[in-house]
Design a protein around this ligand. Structure first.
Ligand code: ATP
Ligand code: MG
Length: 581
């Protein structure tokens, strides 16, 4: 399948997915005069490729329709969160090219949540329950059986308020009591069977310190955070579809928009009062074969040392793929091609890699590099021969300009571009045969120099002067063209040849029941010393190139120096795994 490169981002008005349709209708009907979205990651790990889809939808849709998108750190679970993740999340969102209207923490709203909970108690919509976690489970029922009411369900409002205040004051141990919504223990939706709203946890919090020993549960905190921020369209993944009735229940029963007194604590924090009634809309999760995306498994890879940290270029984290050479525009192109639906599916990694190839093919300058060098001596050039050849940076985009590539008597070529005994159909260099040196002319190999072990160490060749660029014979046909660099001018570079981290398309599954770690690809990283033309070495970190005939490479974000270049292979020119899936 081919994708038109001239329009990697299609006309916005052409996007007709169901979420944009809803937004369009809500604006047209006047239900909202402006839209507001948010991206709400929990800072308990690094963002991964899946999150890129959520980010592109949350920020992208807001931008397309002239709305605003907040970045909200959903930090309601104190034990698992870390400021290191908070920093990385902000870095990732900015890298993708998005700017939040406002940076929020769900913990900024703890006092509002607390007031909202007291309101629910006063309305008879919540109660303090003394059942242990095991008892709660036993009372909950199952998919086929209704649950049973807690014996504490009919406590008076006064008793509930007193107990809830004492929960907050720290009088009870972890797990001793919960605050629960009073909804319906017979509901077909288990989320509505008097779900917990607050739990006791004597754990300090990264943002609020020791201020709290009770923490709100996800559904309560998330729905009210959306309401507090005036979010109009709360986009999330499909696993929250069953939570939507609870989300709506919390928003409706608390009714922050109708009760500004509950928002007073925000003023003390300098936050605006802008509460509204949000609508939750679910879309399918992004999932690719050949990858694992679960934070728990990614942590295992890091902790067991199978990779060099969260930003190892083989990791599917945004920090990892960024270092690998993925570009924001490649990720956006991928999200565009995948589309938005309510159908969860496992996508082929070729979609991800294809988006990167297409983006880099269109935008990455070309360079010459040799990764497995064999010396080629042009014996009919003078020893000190040196000239600068002019190469376009891109075959299809003159706007990317030109560069000078040094050419001299001694070159490096790829060892595999020469064969002493050529296999059938071999089109490259053989003894007595001719090949074109990219942009320099045609050479004939006259002799082979071997070492004591019989290994070829040098080739002697003659450059046909009439075949050089600008000469009458420049267009003379030969079967093959190979790349090269000048041995004297080229810069030695560390080149990290990355490949897929797993050798099977379903590292997570597999009927053999083996652990995903059993499927690690032992060849996922090979490090070689290659030679690159000077214009490649001089690049700043995080510059992408196509090394002609080899693939796409990027200067390493952390380790690259012009005098000691380090390149990471982002992706090969073609899918070398296609037949193995
Ligand atoms: P994980 O399951 O990997 O731990 P998570 O869902 O717990 O991820 P959050 O930090 O809660 O991660 O996610 C923030 C937002 O990103 C949520 O709105 C969530 O729905 C969305 N998101 C997470 N994973 C994906 C995915 N694979 N595809 C699309 N959106 C995702
Ligand atoms: Mg989550």
């Amino acid at each position: 399948m081919s994708h038109p490169l001239s329009h990697p981002t299609p006309d916005l008005s052409a996007r007709t997915d169901f979420i944009r349709q809803i937004v369009r209708e809500d604006l047209a009907s006047g239900k909202h005069s402006a839209i507001r979205t948010r991206f709400p990651p929990e800072p308990n790990g690094y963002l991964h490729i899946g999150h890129a889809k959520a980010i592109c939808l949350d920020f992208g849709i807001a931008a397309e329709f002239g709305g605003r998108c907040n970045l909200r750190l959903d930090d309601t679970n104190p034990a698992r969160e870390d400021p290191e993740y908070v920093r990385a999340i902000q870095d990732d969102v900015r890298w993708l090219g998005f700017q939040w209207a406002s940076l929020r923490h769900a913990s900024d709203y703890f006092e509002v949540f607390y007031l909202a909970a007291e309101k629910l108690i006063r309305q008879g919509d919540a109660f303090v329950c003394d059942l242990s976690p095991e008892e709660v489970r036993a009372y909950r029922g199952s998919l086929t059986e209704p649950g049973r009411n807690s014996p504490y369900r009919e406590r008076s409002v006064e008793e509930n308020l007193d107990l809830f205040r004492r929960m907050r004051a720290g009088e009870f141990a972890d797990g001793a009591r919960t605050l629960r919504a009073k909804i319906d223990m017979a509901s077909g939706n288990i989320n509505l069977r008097d779900p917990a709203l607050y739990r006791i946890k004597h754990v300090p919090h990264q943002n609020t310190g020791d201020a709290w020993c009770i923490y709100p549960m996800y559904d309560f905190a998330h729905s009210l955070s959306d309401a507090i921020e005036g979010i109009t369209h709360s986009l999330c993944t499909l696993e929250f579809e069953d939570h939507r009735p609870l989300y709506d229940w919390c928003v409706d029963r608390v009714d922050l928009a109708g009760h500004p007194e509950l928002l007073q604590p925000l003023l003390a924090k300098g936050l605006p009062l802008e509460a509204g009634k949000p609508r939750q809309i679910e879309f399918s999760r992004l999932n690719f074969n050949w990858l694992v995306l679960s934070k728990r498994k990614l942590l295992q890879l890091v902790e067991a040392g199978h990779v060099d940290g969260w930003d190892d270029p083989r990791m599917p984290t945004l920090q990892g793929i960024r270092r690998r050479g993925y570009t924001p525009s490649a990720l956006k192109l991928m999200v565009e091609r995948v589309g938005v639906s309510k159908q969860n599916s496992l996508l082929d990694i070729a979609i991800l890699e294809g988006a990167l190839r297409d983006d880099l093919d269109a935008h990455a300058p070309r360079r010459l590099a040799v990764l497995d060098p064999l010396k080629l001596v042009l014996t009919n050039l003078a020893a000190g021969h040196e000239e600068m050849l002019t190469f376009p940076n891109h075959p299809k985009d003159a706007g990317l300009g030109e560069r000078a590539v040094p050419f001299a008597r001694e070159l490096w070529i790829e060892r595999e571009d020469f064969a002493e005994v050529p296999p059938p159909g071999f089109k490259r260099l053989t003894v007595g045969g001719e090949v074109r040196l990219r942009g320099a002319g045609i050479v004939r190999c006259d002799a082979v120099v071997k070492d004591a072990d019989g290994r070829v160490v040098e080739l002697h060749a003659t450059l046909d002067p009439d075949s050089r660029p600008g000469m009458p014979g420049a267009n003379r046909k030969v079967k093959g063209t190979i790349h090269w660099v000048s041995a004297r001018h080229a810069v030695a570079a560390q080149v990290r040849l990355y490949d897929r981290l797993f050798r099977v398309p379903d590292p997570d599954g597999g009927a053999d029941g083996r652990d995903f770690l059993a499927h690690l690809n032992p060849d996922s990283r090979r490090v070689v010393t290659g030679y690159v033309e000077p214009a490649a070495a001089q690049a700043a970190p995080e510059t992408s190139f196509q090394f002609e005939r080899l693939g796409y490479f990027v200067t390493d974000r952390h380790d690259h120096r012009p005098e000691a270049p380090v390149f990471n292979r982002s992706v090969t020119l073609r899918d070398t795994w296609a037949t193995q899936g």
